[in-house]
Unconditional design. Structure first.
Length: 141
């Protein structure tokens, strides 16, 4: 499943497969401003939510993989040839909101940001957190 918002008011149970408990309600769609990011704390994880001009909602980790700062929700939301993006406010790397791939590394080694599936039902935004992979770095964010 990709991180793009499914059809409006799609039932969360049908998307979750394992049931509704795998999804976390974050906010109402109307709480998210168009072309702006918002941060949310889910358990001990920080995520960033983005609502694009066409109404799609995306979720990524909040932590910028290049700087280690929890700031992606403050990035510049845009698009590149139809690909929804966010540019980190720290070093200006641009990430594909659908896949998390870095589209512009600014001369650094390519890193990606973790994306999370999003569902909307009855105007509520739900996120299913992708599992944390221990990369040996020891950073709990």
């Amino acid at each position: 499943m990709d991180a793009e918002t499914p059809a409006p008011d799609a039932p969360v149970d049908a998307l979750a497969g394992a049931g509704r408990s795998a999804w976390t309600r974050i906010c109402r769609v109307d709480d998210l401003l168009v072309e702006r990011g918002a941060a949310a704390l889910v358990g001990d994880r920080q995520i960033a939510l983005f609502r694009t001009f066409d109404g799609r909602i995306f979720a990524t980790d909040q932590v910028d993989p290049f700087s280690g700062a929890a700031i992606l929700s403050r990035g510049i939301v845009g698009d590149r040839a139809g690909v929804p993006t966010v540019a980190s406010p720290m070093y200006k790397q641009v990430f594909d909101l659908r896949t998390g791939a870095c589209l512009d590394t600014q001369g650094k080694e390519p890193l990606s940001v973790r994306v999370h599936p999003v569902a909307v039902t009855d105007g509520d935004v739900f996120v299913k957190l992708a599992p944390v992979v221990d990369d040996g770095e020891g950073d709990p964010r």
